[in-house]
Design a protein. Structure first.
Length: 293
């Protein structure tokens, strides 16, 4: 056990360069939730998030963890904000996280990158809506995330190309691309290990039937003989089942996909693993929806 009894915890992530080390968001103590319930609400078939101001980001070595705060090392703290949705760059130098000020009427969440070598923070997404769910690309030069910057609860998928100085310090956002722009909820993007595609969950098939889709996130290559960027193209459906399918992730070589599904009669959330055999050849066209598939 890593987290203290009574604490709320979220967004665990294995450290990419320190074997046995995990980062995650934790309140350390029992949070003040003001009577609000979190998690999947059966009565409304909706998932409700809480944003306790006690939530902070810590690091923990699983070899010495004893389930108390004494074995947790703070990475980012802010007494006035919810801090979570944290992920490390492949080299372990940069930490991206979501900061959401906890106050009445606050809807926004900002994405911030902290250089763990220098301690410097840089804002990479600070729109009026909620920007969250970030992941570094396999080469560490880009971020994928979802955004509600229009304030209509229709989340959309974005990719940011990051800028770096000569020392390798991230200096901010270079260019941003919107990959989805529709009347649906699109969230939980995750990189395919080849860095050219993203999987994500979408309500495109209905709010009671979220499915995993894949689309192009190819940044292209510069120069007259280079490959053009193909952000947001060649969208295809990956999962085909009634009920919720979402929160997809790949293993390191992309041969296996893991996701959360609600496929039983009780609509309980379970983890699924499957060999990823889908042809993601760059010239593949969009796969049409077949309800009998």
């Amino acid at each position: 056990r890593l987290s203290p009894p009574g604490s709320s915890n979220t967004c665990g992530w294995f450290h990419p360069t320190k074997p046995g080390v995990v980062i995650f968001g934790t309140t350390l103590v029992t949070p003040d939730t003001s009577g609000q319930k979190s998690g999947y609400q059966r009565s409304s078939s909706r998932y409700v998030w809480q944003f306790p101001r006690e939530m902070t980001i810590v690091e923990c070595d699983t070899r010495t963890a004893d389930g108390t705060a004494a074995t947790l090392t703070p990475l980012v703290t802010d007494a006035d904000a919810y801090l979570a949705e944290c992920v490390l760059s492949p080299d372990g130098r940069h930490l991206v996280y979501c900061r959401r000020e906890v106050r009445d009427g606050q809807r926004g969440g900002d994405l911030i990158i902290r250089d763990l070598k220098t301690g410097e923070d840089v804002l990479v997404a600070g729109h009026s809506g909620y920007d969250g769910g970030p992941f570094f690309s396999p080469d560490g030069t880009r971020l994928c995330y979802r955004s509600d910057r229009d304030g209509n609860d229709l989340l959309q998928i974005f990719v940011a190309e990051l800028s770096f100085d000569a020392s390798g310090h991230c200096t901010g956002l270079d260019r941003e691309f919107q990959l989805t722009d529709n009347g649906h909820v699109n969230w939980a993007p995750f990189w395919h290990p080849n860095g050219r595609f993203l999987v994500y969950a979408t309500s495109e098939m209905g709010h009671r039937n979220y499915e995993v889709f894949i689309l192009d996130a190819d940044a292209g290559t510069p120069g007259p003989e280079g490959r053009p960027a193909r952000y947001g193209t060649r969208k295809r459906r990956v999962t085909h089942a009634d009920g919720f399918d979402g929160l997809p992730a790949f293993n390191r070589d992309g041969s296996v996909m893991m996701w959360t599904g609600q496929r039983d009669a009780e609509h309980t959330s379970q983890l699924y693993l499957a060999d990823f055999v889908m042809d993601i050849d760059p010239e593949a066209s969009m796969r049409s929806y077949d309800p009998g598939h």
